[in-house]
Design a binder for this molecule. Structure first.
Ligand SMILES: NC(=O)c1ccc[n+]([C@@H]2O[C@H](COP(=O)([O-])OP(=O)(O)OC[C@H]3O[C@@H](n4cnc5c(N)ncnc54)[C@H](OP(=O)(O)O)[C@@H]3O)[C@@H](O)[C@H]2O)c1
Length: 274
């Protein structure tokens, strides 16, 4: 693609400082772009207002604030991470129509389409968290499979797996669990007897902007009580009347700003946004 003389449209003010990547403004100047149109200003003080100054000096026209509110919404996770110094938390659970999170004798509640969506969701997050009981009962891997590591949503294009996070009070975790024995074992973190604010602050410091919580119910309930959930994704399977263990209704109800529904094979997804 030839960028020389083009107009560049971006949702967020281009960065102008060195962080994990070099400044976007250097690249814009080098590419010969003629005009930059951006929606929301950067809430990171190191970058705020910088792009306009730097680009104007290089005779690149800058237009800011176009669809500002809509763009702020698109960058809500980044804005939260930057200003609150905690990750944006997405709780995702699969459940039967009557609210059970497990079915006796079945490994999964949902079908392959819904599970592929979970892979995309994982690829779009920097860490995946579960409660200790899920590790003890299910021995999950919590990895992103290769096909999804190259997807457009993927945040770690260099193939690094998201952090795998376990919370526990007792510290009783099986040493032979996949999370502690597989080749990504250096990507597993265990937080014992920590408050959510401590867990989230530590994850923030490790660069975790988007945290996916995959259950179980007790962990979800505890996070909800601490008011730390920002997005809720429920994968609903058509199974009914065969579940086991605690039910979603034990988490309690609350009102969310918006809900989107989409079918996924035989299952459906309800996505609640703030
Ligand atoms: N359908 C789904 O989406 C889904 C997802 C995940 C799991 N599951 C199912 O859910 C069941 C397990 O769920 P569960 O509700 O029993 O347990 P869980 O939430 O997976 O784990 C509960 C344990 O996590 C630790 N924990 C929870 N909150 C904590 C906090 N605030 N601070 C520190 N530690 C905390 C404690 O560990 P200690 O006991 O070690 O102190 C607690 O006993 C399994 O049957 C699993 O198959 C379903």
């Amino acid at each position: 693609v030839q960028a020389k003389g083009a107009n560049l449209y971006v949702t967020l003010e281009p960065c102008s400082t060195h962080a994990r990547t070099p400044p976007c403004t250097d690249r814009i100047v080098a590419s010969g772009v003629r005009e930059v149109i951006y929606g929301a200003g950067d809430v990171d003080r190191r970058n705020a207002g910088g792009a306009g100054r730097i680009l104007s000096r290089k005779k690149i026209r800058v237009v800011k604030g176009i669809l500002r509110k809509e763009c702020e919404k698109l960058n809500e996770d980044y804005r939260h991470w930057t200003t609150k110094k905690e990750p944006w938390v997405i709780l995702k659970l699969a459940m039967t129509m009557d609210g059970y999170l497990a079915i006796p004798g079945r490994r999964w509640i949902t079908g392959s389409k819904a599970r592929a969506e979970v892979q995309k969701l994982r690829a779009g997050c920097d860490a995946i968290l579960v409660g200790a009981e899920t590790v003890r009962q299910d021995n999950p891997r919590l990895t992103v499979r290769k096909a999804f590591r190259q997807s457009a949503e993927c945040r770690n294009l260099d193939g690094v797996q998201p952090w795998r996070v376990v919370v526990t009070r007792s510290g009783k975790l099986p040493k032979g669990a996949n999370l502690f024995r597989d080749r990504h074992q250096d990507r597993t973190l265990v937080y014992r007897k920590k408050k959510w604010s401590e867990v989230l602050r530590d994850l923030y410091q490790r660069g975790v902007c988007r945290l996916l919580v995959e259950g179980g119910l007790e962990t979800a309930k505890s996070l909800k009580q601490s008011k730390k959930i920002h997005e809720l994704i429920l994968h609903l399977s058509p199974w009914c009347g065969r579940g086991k263990g605690p039910r979603w209704r034990h988490v309690g109800y609350e009102t969310w700003g918006q809900a989107r529904f989409r079918p996924m094979g035989k299952d459906g997804e309800l996505h609640f946004l703030p």
